[in-house]
Design a protein around this ligand. Structure first.
Ligand code: DLL
Length: 434
């Protein structure tokens, strides 16, 4: 089933022609309308007319999250604020978040790419789609919502949480598709069983899940729990939100909507562009975005691209499931957490040393973080009660910083490994996501 067969099955030469035209227009607009790009490109001595082929994109500088953050809040908008009809922002980052702005046309494009994905999942106007993504600054809620309206299906905009209610509604309303993060989906399945609802009997046709990494085993578990195929959805706030990549019935990677997004893969260490099938860091460019065109954004997400035509007939490139990050960001319970935030919280507490380790585990289905911190010599001799107080205080500070409660364990002074060369290994990820 296609939403836009012409666009999704376009021969490669046509895709590339279209991409070049759109890239040239985007670079020109960014250069003329956004002082940030004008300055950056002038400094690098690269100008819109230098983009004569698609490969010329490599002449343009790559942008990091910090580059975007420096323009907080509206510095990257290419249109007057009155043209912007909606804004979203990334969650749980250090410092200021990145704000993403959309014109009416941008919202239409967002709806278009999500619609294509919903069709890939076999859904149409007869379906009832329960969207458990948060409605708010997070892009998951509204992005999926617009796509569902666009294909004429019925949306249940329940948002996240209230898990018992979610169970009741999916059972009573005859939900045919659930949209969730993998960790929330597994939790939902468990709560359903506790509530006496057999999730395999709800009659789901499909599941759309994303926003955080998962393993193939987790997919299998979700599919078994709900007795329905689960399709990966990829996206990020800076570039638009969910819908940048969506998985088709082949369940063999995500099709990037190449008429709207241009992907590249680089070697994280050398910055060298990598070829088809080689694993590296994904760089994304908005090819058609009025409100906030982002050019060559370093996502830090690790994947590889495949250009052969998919068995579903689509020609758009497929990206592998994300298997890791080039930085130390961890996503726990849907929230992006950076070690620096934990560090910031720890620095507010006396009685502890600035030596810590963040251990991420998945004991059963939900991710958990434990922060191990070295107690000071004096605290260590003060006894258990005082240690417990300090542990709680630290957990409060961390919660304040990242929004979720984590387990804090004080350990003996000088017991954590030191960084003997290069960077300290702050995060120990025991989830085995690869
Ligand atoms: O998570 C957008 C989204 C919402 C995608 C709903 C899918 C469904 P951010 O909060 O800005 O946006 O987080 C973006 O999340 O750079 C990845 O590291 C991670 N991520 C997103 N989708 C996936 C996925 C939304 N399917 C960051 N698999 C990205 C693995 C994902 N990681």
């Amino acid at each position: 089933m296609f939403w836009n067969e012409k666009a999704e099955c376009m021969p490669r030469e046509e895709i590339e022609e279209l991409q070049l035209r759109k890239l040239q227009a985007t670079v020109k607009r960014a250069f003329n309308k956004i002082p940030f790009y004008n300055k950056k490109y002038t400094e690098c001595e690269v100008f819109p007319e230098d983009i004569e082929t698609l490969k010329d994109i490599e002449k343009l500088p790559i942008l990091t999250k910090d580059d975007l953050r420096a323009s907080y809040p509206f510095g990257l908008f290419a249109v007057d604020q009155k043209e912007i009809v909606e804004v979203h922002s990334s969650s749980g980052t250090t410092g200021k978040p990145v704000v993403s702005g959309y014109t009416k046309k941008d919202l239409e494009i967002w709806a278009e790419v999500i619609s294509r994905g919903l069709k890939m999942m076999g859904l149409d106007e007869n379906d009832i789609i329960q969207n458990t993504h948060g409605y708010g600054m997070f892009t998951g809620g509204f992005g999926v919502h617009y796509g569902v309206l666009n294909i004429g299906a019925t949306i249940i905009p329940i948002s996240t949480g209230q898990t018992r209610r979610q169970v009741e509604i999916m059972n009573d309303f005859g939900t045919t598709c659930l949209i969730f993060t993998p960790s929330y989906g597994l939790h939902l399945g468990e709560v359903a069983k506790e509530e006496g609802v057999d999730p395999t009997k709800v009659g789901l046709k499909a599941i759309g899940f994303g926003s955080e990494p998962y393993t193939e085993e987790i997919r299998q578990r979700i599919q078994k729990t709900f007795n329905a195929p689960a399709y990966n959805i990829y996206g990020l706030t800076e570039i638009m939100g969910p819908g940048v990549g969506m998985e088709c019935s082949a369940q063999n990677g995500l099709h990037i909507a190449e008429d709207y997004f241009y992907p590249e893969i680089i070697d994280t260490n050398t910055g060298k562009i990598l070829g088809e099938g080689q694993k590296g860091e994904l760089i994304l460019t908005n090819l058609e975005r009025e409100g906030m065109p982002v050019i060559r954004f370093r996502t830090k997400d690790i994947t590889a691209l495949h250009y052969d035509t998919c068995e579903c007939g689509r020609t758009h490139v497929r990206m592998d499931r994300i298997t890791g990050r080039a930085d130390d960001m961890i996503k726990v319970k849907g929230v992006a957490v950076f070690p620096s935030q934990i560090e910031k919280a720890l620095l507010k507490v006396s009685d502890v040393e600035p030596h810590y380790q963040i251990i991420v585990t998945r004991p059963d289905i939900l991710d958990e973080i434990e922060v191990k911190v070295e107690a000071s010599q004096s605290l260590f001799f003060d006894g258990v009660k005082e240690m417990m107080n300090v542990q709680n205080k630290i957990a409060d500070y961390i919660q304040n910083e990242i929004g979720i409660r984590v387990k804090v364990t004080l350990v003996e002074p000088k017991s954590l490994p030191r960084a003997t060369k290069g960077k300290a290994k702050r995060v120990i990820d025991k989830r085995n996501l690869h």
